[in-house]
Write a protein that binds this ligand. Sequence first.
Ligand code: HEC
Ligand code: HEC
Length: 386
Amino acid sequence: MKGKSRAVIVGIAAICVICGVVISGAKAQSDAGSQAANAPAPKTAEEQFKNIQVLKGIPAEQLIPAMQFITTSLGVECEFCHVQGAFEKDDKKPKQTARKMMEMMFDINKDNFDGHREVTCYSCHRGSTDPVATPVVMTEEPKPGTDETKKPDDAEAKEPTGPSADQLIDKYVQAVGGAAAIEKITSRVMKGTITFGDRNIPIDIYSKEPDKRVSFTHTHDGDSITAFDGHEGWLGVPKRPVREMHGPDIDAAAMDADLHFAAHLKAMFSEAKVQGAEKINGHDAYLVIGRREGKTPLRLYFDEQSGLLVRLVRFGETPLGRLPTQIDYADYREAGGVKIPFRWTLARPSGLFTIQVADVKQNVPVDDAKFAKPPSPPEEQKGPAR
Ligand code: HEC
Ligand code: HEC
């Protein structure tokens, strides 16, 4: 081992205290009685994978999210660094460079930011393999009155005036129909269309208390399934083994599955603050940052007029940085005594989709079997790669 690696390991250990909390926190999230919180210690990356030299000590399930973070930060595909089917091999130069870059990033943060992860791959790379070191020249006269140059974070500089975070959350609960009406919803069945680019595919979504949700996207090849049973989640793609959900995805799935989300918001936050106002799709909205114990914060945008939630931004923690997911809610309509969005667009660095609901039924019976993982565990199905 090289002399430097000790410091790096200490740095990673510090980061992993955070990941550990995130994972166990996510598992314990549904207050519907989760016993998963004291499961046996998870495997580390080097125990599960063959050739881990820098990311030692991180939970194995954080390795792929870290890879997604790298891929997004550099704007590349996995093949930029890996040979398909032989991820452990070091035959591509960029993979070796990436190891050095990780060590550099940990050192920068350790030496300059008290070990806080301020600088990530994205800070320099910004979606390119070749970071820009020289300022760019202006190629057009700035147009007066456009918001183009305004960074979304500018709002944070503004002094908050007007309502408090608590008042905004209360107004949201009222706008949706009030806590009593929200608590009366025990199940919801939605039928609609999911749109990726120019593809429109029928989708059915079933939700049921407590915190169960499953969606079936009816593709040509069969159903693509995303399911969460209140504790565990899994993803099914036609002709592929079922894939388990991990850490941040479980946190997100639990949130999406919560039929009483609006009423539960306040209890979720250890602290909630208004951070100014922004325009969301042409309408003024207040931004509330909600901090959660041991978990990533949420950014919530409430429409100034209607009080409804129009945007939610959440973050998936990885050992190298956070991956954001933004959901824009629209077309709120009354259904069974509450207002729910009939359309939402979910955007990630890797792409986006929109779901438009055509039909909603609430408080209808939904069989628990819908949320159950298919009986054969994924590992046993893993045959030779096809
Ligand atoms: C910019 C380069 C880069 C990209 C892009 C990248 N990786 Fe990696 N990957 C690495 C490095 C470096 C390691 C080794 C980390 C270490 O030594 O701690 C690694 C390790 C792995 C491993 C562990 C292999 C083993 O058995 O040791 C897997 C699996 C993996 N990557 C999957 C992926 C996937 C999937 C993607 C695309 C989402 C991806 N990687 C994108 C650089 C990259
Ligand atoms: C402090 C800024 C900075 C950070 C942080 C940083 N990089 Fe880099 N990276 C660079 C620069 C600058 C280059 C280009 C060097 C050159 O042109 O020779 C580069 C080059 C690379 C390359 C080689 C690209 C190629 O075309 O072969 C890879 C791979 C890479 N970085 C991965 C990463 C990863 C992964 C991270 C996060 C763990 C990271 N970098 C963090 C500045 C940074």
